[in-house]
Design a protein around this ligand. Structure first.
Ligand SMILES: [Zn+2]
Length: 439
């Protein structure tokens, strides 16, 4: 079967994309207000009315929508808010509010991803007309973080700063200060967010170490608490999901792990985190800081995989290089060394550069960019808008848990000089080329 997906060509008007973005943004804000019981009712109502106005503007005069219908649709399928004739695409089947009456976390990802696509389209078409899209760039915290890190200019400083954002998405004020990050970056370390607090305590995700979301669930007989990573794959596939009994007043809760998720096997097993036996302990909110959500989601989370892949190759005998293309002699490598690996080469043009030194004296290079999009549809659009990879990578690598997105992405990548693989597959391919074992 040939997979055909219709995408908006960069040469055509992007109005349906813009309608989806406007509806998405307004509905996200509305769903947050709708479910945020801590906020005063007047403030919530004002936000809901403003969001309703924006959805009406996006739908246009031919598709009116009453405030009552708008509220009713907030708890249903997000696609229902779009006017007839606009395909829901990445919004298909997305709910704003989940069965527990809580704001759906994936919306944050879809919203950010839509903005990344809009930005890529904007760059591709070199169309300076839309001011809203140039503003997007300024809004994107992770772009600010990256340019802040690049300002220091050296590869070593960039790599150290960037990996610290993955290793320390939270920490005490003293620990964060010692990271010595540029102020443009350190400004994104803020007090622990309300959504991650149980009274004055918080719990770090065992995978990414960012504060987990705390919710309370009321049944007929009892109230139970839940702690889950805000990044859905950590919660659902890697075990960052716990329950707790409401403790006595003034005491912190004790987390109880859920049933363990199925283990990753084969080539995907290498990079899977091993969390057996580690249950997060309560941490005091006072004196602790955490990265803002954008930089955590788009720098810390994918960075964990970039670093894991880099470390796995070093563990298999590759040598670290500050830049690609150095000879074994220049790096002081042994005769049996399989090659060199550079993390975030050329100040992050792409994520990993691997040189495999073949027996005949030739070098086979792998230029990897890791892409962790919640919506495969939006990632496919971004690849199209970028004409492959914007930084010149030859492989787009997705996390092992996103293997199901490969057929769609491979279909899109056919027209560009770029291939797609999961992280486990690319590790396997690199090691096979070098004649060594991956898994
Ligand atoms: Zn996590």
């Amino acid at each position: 079967m040939v997979l055909r997906v219709k995408f908006t060509s960069t040469a055509e008007p992007i109005s349906h994309d813009v309608i989806r973005q406007m509806v998405m943004r307004a509905a996200t804000v509305a769903a947050q207000a709708f479910t945020d019981v801590e906020q005063a009712p007047e403030g919530r109502l004002r936000t809901l009315m403003d969001s309703h106005g924006e959805v009406i503007a996006a739908r246009g005069p031919a598709h009116p929508l009453s405030f009552e219908s708008f509220l009713a649709m907030l708890t249903g399928d997000l696609a229902g808010l779009l006017p007839d004739g606009v395909s829901p695409e990445e919004m298909t089947g997305v709910h704003l509010i989940n069965d527990d009456g809580l704001f759906e976390e994936d919306l944050f990802d879809l919203d950010q991803e839509q903005r990344q696509v809009a930005w890529a389209v904007q760059k591709a078409t070199r169309d300076g007309r839309s001011t809203s899209i140039s503003e997007i760039e300024q809004e994107m915290d992770q772009v600010t973080v990256n340019s802040g890190l690049r300002k220091r200019g050296t590869q070593e400083a960039y790599t150290k700063g960037r990996s610290n954002l993955s290793r320390f998405p939270t920490g005490t004020e003293a620990v964060i200060r010692r990271l010595n990050l540029p102020s443009m970056v350190s400004q994104f370390y803020r007090p622990i967010s309300f959504a991650a607090l149980y009274e004055q305590w918080w719990f770090a995700c065992p995978v990414c170490h960012w504060p987990m979301k705390i919710t309370r669930h009321r049944s007929r007989t009892a109230v139970t608490g839940r702690a889950q990573c805000f990044y859905r794959p950590h919660a659902e596939l890697m075990g960052a999901s716990y329950t707790f009994k409401v403790p006595a007043a003034g005491r912190p809760p004790t987390l109880i792990p859920g049933s363990p998720p199925p283990a990753f096997t084969g080539e995907a097993s290498v990079l899977a985190p091993d969390l057996r036996g580690s249950v997060p302990k309560p941490m005091p909110a006072a004196g602790h800081l955490a990265l803002a959500r954008g930089p955590w989601r788009y720098t810390t989370v994918p960075g964990l995989l970039e670093i894991a892949l880099y470390d796995a190759l070093l563990a298999r005998g590759f040598v670290a290089a500050s830049e690609p293309g150095k000879s074994p002699a220049a790096l002081g490598a042994d005769a049996d060394c399989p090659g060199s690996v550079t993390l975030w080469p050329y100040l992050d043009a792409y994520d990993l550069h691997v040189d495999v030194w073949l027996r005949d004296g030739q070098t086979k290079s792998f230029l990897l960019d890791i892409k962790d999009f919640t919506s495969e549809m939006l990632l496919a659009k971004k690849i199209q808008a970028d004409g492959g990879d914007s930084g010149g990578a030859e492989w787009i690598v997705v996390p092992d848990h996103r293997q199901a997105s490969l057929p769609l992405l491979r279909g899109v990548c056919k027209e560009f000089p770029v291939q797609v693989a999961t992280a486990g597959e690319i590790g396997q391919t690199i090691c096979r080329t070098a004649g060594i074992r991956w898994a």
